[in-house]
Structure formats: C-alpha cells, structure tokens
Design a protein around this ligand. Sequence first.
Ligand code: MD6
Ligand code: FE
Length: 210
Amino acid sequence: MTAIIQPAPGVCHMPGFFDPAAQAGLAAAIADAIAAAPLFVSHMPRTGVPMSVRMTNCGPLGWMSDREHGYRYEPRHPQTGEPWPPIPEALLEAWRVLTGYPRPPEACLVNVYDNKARMGLHQDRDEQDFDAPILSVSLGADCRFRIGGRKRAEPTVSLILSAGDALVMTGPARLCFHGVDRILPTLTATLPESLSKFGARVNLTLRRVT
Ligand code: MD6
Ligand code: FE
C-alpha cells in the first residue's frame, strides 16, 4: 500500500507505486516499444523550435507535434508509418486500479529526458475528452515537476517525481498547467539498463483521446 499525496485538488501523487521489479519489467516493455517505434523529436507549432525531450507512443493513438500541423494525435509513427505498439499490460492494469475509469487509455506518450531536457508549463488539452483522468508514471532520474492552476499566471507548487511514482490528474486538475523544471542529478543512474542508453528519465503519460 503506497501513500497518496494530494499536492493540489485533483492531483494524486503515489510515490513508489511501481516497485523496482515492476519498474524493470515496465522498462523492458518500453525498450521493446522503442525498438518497434523509434524515438523522434517533436517541434513547436509555428516556430518549429525542437522540443528537448525525445518521444514515442504506445496504443491506438500517439501524440506528436510539428511546425506545420501542430499538436495532434496520429494512429501511426511519423517515420516508419507503422501503427504504434500496444500499451504494456502493467500500465493498463495501473490505469484500471488508479483511475477507475470505465474505458481503457487510447494513448501512452513516452517522453525520454536527458539531463538537460525539460518541459515548459503546458496544459494537456489536445484530447476531446476532459472527463477522463490522466495517469503519468515516471522511471529513472528524479525531476522537479511543477503544477499550477487553469491559467498560466496562477501560482504553482513543485514536487519531486521519482522512479516508480504514479501521478493522476483528474477533475479540477485535468486542465491545470504543469511542466518539468529540470532533471535532478542522481548519484546512481536509476533508469533500468534496458532504457539507460536512451536517456536519464522516462515519463509515460496515459490518456483517453476521443
Ligand atoms: C513529465 N508530464 O512528467 C511530463 N501531463 O515528464 C506531463 O506532462 C503530464 O505528468 C499530464 C498529466 C501528468 C503528467
Ligand atoms: Fe502534460
């Protein structure tokens, strides 16, 4: 039984939800997904500035962005043209247990951070369904995660996301601004070996889209 911390209404942080053995199993499944659907770089709409994370997806739909067509979900990998690999069973199980949502996630975004990568404050609003929660699972290095209100200018709180942590954003938090300030230095590389060649931290974000 893991503790549940609520840093803001609708935000549930469950540190160490996945134990080290479960993290290793998940890492191996994500390494398989990356082998089938290689990591790629998305670009900001209009400006074309590249994002500092590399990404891929699992599930029927995958999130991506480029200068011309902006933020969107696509059923196929932009380079291979293949459908995304399936969402690992351990993540589907976590979705059922932690969200209680009656339908399965349609998208699992895999974000890979090196030590310099970050993610600016954003809302997850490219989905048609804001009633469904979002589940995020972190592997590898710690990061400083920041979460605020529904307006960008509202005050924010920060928390540390560590390996094995699950975070659910639901209800009043579903459209809150959030981001990753920075990856924190660790004495020991915590990303399981199957993924450590790709980066320092991996975040998996599961969503309903339609
Ligand atoms: C990350 N996470 O932790 C980025 N989005 O690397 C997210 O952008 C995120 O953790 C929606 C809900 C939970 C999240
Ligand atoms: Fe997000």
